[in-house]
Design a protein. Structure first.
Ligand code: NI
Length: 171
């Protein structure tokens, strides 16, 4: 089922999400399935649970955008262990459609997370995968890519969004 993605302005996007505590349940499995379906339907490479109004520490990522079944990644209660180097690249967000900006991120990361069954694993990421991991895990802390921009750029985007809200074009 494709879920509704909440847009910038909804407080859930700027709220720190709670850890997932129940594993292996039908609810968790269907949330994960629906999040992948929603992400692919919107041509995204990552989606965090707060973006579908579920304030829990869960994100799905697929840098291949559905091309490679082995690229699907479910991260539950993820924590970075290592962040190294720097990369700058353009980012967008399904909750802030129509806006893309350069964001500086770590070049390489390693993180620890749990899977749907509750098992713990570690995973490395670089380039686009590392960027997606940092963007999505930010969502779990209520942080958006806008928070990484200069005040000037952030205000410009906020002003444009306010106009879209007034025009009824931001729902
Ligand atoms: Ni996002």
């Amino acid at each position: 089922m494709v879920l509704r993605i909440v847009k910038y302005g909804d407080p859930v996007l700027e709220t720190k999400a709670a850890p997932v505590t129940q594993f292996g349940t039908p609810e968790l499995r269907s949330l994960v399935d629906n999040m992948f379906e929603t992400m692919y339907a919107n041509k995204g490479v990552g989606l965090a649970a707060p973006q579908v109004a579920v304030s829990q520490r869960l994100t799905v990522i697929d840098p291949s955008a559905g091309e490679d079944p082995n690229a699907k990644l479910v991260l539950i209660n993820p924590e970075f262990i290592v962040k190294e180097g720097a990369q700058v690249g353009e980012e967008g967000c399904l909750s802030i459609p129509g806006f893309r900006e350069d964001v500086k991120r770590a070049a390489k990361v390693r993180l620890r997370a749990q899977n749907v069954e509750g098992g713990t694993f570690e995973v490395d990421g670089e380039e686009l995968l590392a960027r997606a991991m940092q963007h999505e895990i930010d969502h779990l802390d209520g942080v958006l890519f806008l928070n990484h921009l200069s005040l000037l750029k952030r205000d410009l985007i906020r002003r444009k969004i306010r106009k879209l809200v007034k025009a009824g074009e931001w729902q």
